[in-house]
Design a binder for this molecule. Sequence first.
Ligand SMILES: NC(=O)c1ccc[n+]([C@@H]2O[C@H](COP(=O)([O-])OP(=O)(O)OC[C@H]3O[C@@H](n4cnc5c(N)ncnc54)[C@H](OP(=O)(O)O)[C@@H]3O)[C@@H](O)[C@H]2O)c1
Length: 387
Amino acid sequence: MQIFITGVTGFLGGEVLVNLAARKEIEKIYCLVRIKDGEADPKARLRKIFELHSDHYDANKIELVEGNLTDEDLVIKLKADPRLKNIDHVIHSAANTSFSGIYNDLIDKVNIQGLKSLLAWAASLEVLNKFVYIGTATICGKDVLHRMVHEDESPNLQASHLVRYTYSKMMGELMVREMLQKEKILILRPSIIMGDSRPVFPRSPVILWTLATANLIRLLPIAPDSALDVIPVDYAAKAITALLFAKRRFDTYHISAGTPSVSTPFKLAKAIEAFYPERPAFKFIDQKMLNPIKIWSKKGEDKNNHLADFTEYTSYWSSVFNENGQLRILLAGMEPYFGFLSLGQTFNNDRLLADTTIGAPPPAHQYILSSRSYLDKINILEAALDP
Ligand SMILES: NC(=O)c1ccc[n+]([C@@H]2O[C@H](COP(=O)([O-])OP(=O)(O)OC[C@H]3O[C@@H](n4cnc5c(N)ncnc54)[C@H](OP(=O)(O)O)[C@@H]3O)[C@@H](O)[C@H]2O)c1
């Protein structure tokens, strides 16, 4: 088996690469990695993936393919690379995963145009067996509220989206189905990936920074009991690897918590609350209170007394945030996530559980305890500036 994989320097892709590297059935893994300006040793990025959790790096099995999904000549370059002639599996995990509107053009370039280039190249491979597209269950959009979502409901062009990212992933999925034969497609849709269920420093603070931020703010304009379908990255990677080798009955799978392992903001908050006795207790308030909080965060003022019942929190904020608008930055970064947290979507994982032996993931309010101490090491301001 010869695999070509993208996105290995990312949160999920790195974990998938480590898992694949340990499989004897796989002879070679070619990794598309974009090289940063002034990077003297490009392979250092590959080695770093394995060094993080002391995994074994086999330089003979893992090869670097330099490339950028936004490169207009990507197809030509990949076709011209003699090492890639016998690729039988492509796993596409790279994406621009930003929730920030300022990246909308880049999101389209990477997630739609870049995918198109990759598909054009993959379609030309003589021995292609499967193109594995790492999608996202959230392509169902924001109209699906407070219920279980099944694989067959998406992609749905009528769906409306909270952010360009989920729209681009929906369009990407449609393109995969258009450009490749049905038997060559495997679409894997993780729900929300946050942290790691092992006692290790998570590969990336993606999403986890929002929990670290909520843990600092404590007064949250979200529904406490809204369903939260969150999974740890080690489980997501294990599921992707298991599905790659499984006797599959479908071409599309959710990789999700599902009903038995679903969490809620309240359960997550309760799991970590006691570790921070110096902070006020978590409190959940109506979503429309976000505006008064945002106004307070700008000037420390609450002219209309919207926050009169929450002076414990405003005093606390005055003591933890300095005058440079830190709370304002954090709230701006959190705003799209508050939207997602209110949707109450659970993603059905019956297909995954039936076609593999990996079982259900632990619920987020349980697994988070193994890496809870890392919450305090996340640079939340940096994350909020680039959500
Ligand atoms: N995290 C989640 O909660 C979640 C949930 C569901 C689905 N997913 C899907 O899972 C996949 C991986 O997500 P992730 O959380 O691992 O994302 P991530 O940490 O942001 O990693 C993104 C990866 O894509 C690469 N990339 C971005 N732009 C590129 C370009 N122009 N050319 C080549 N490579 C590029 C990045 O490379 P650099 O290191 O060079 O930036 C990085 O390796 C995505 O397809 C995402 O849609 C994620």
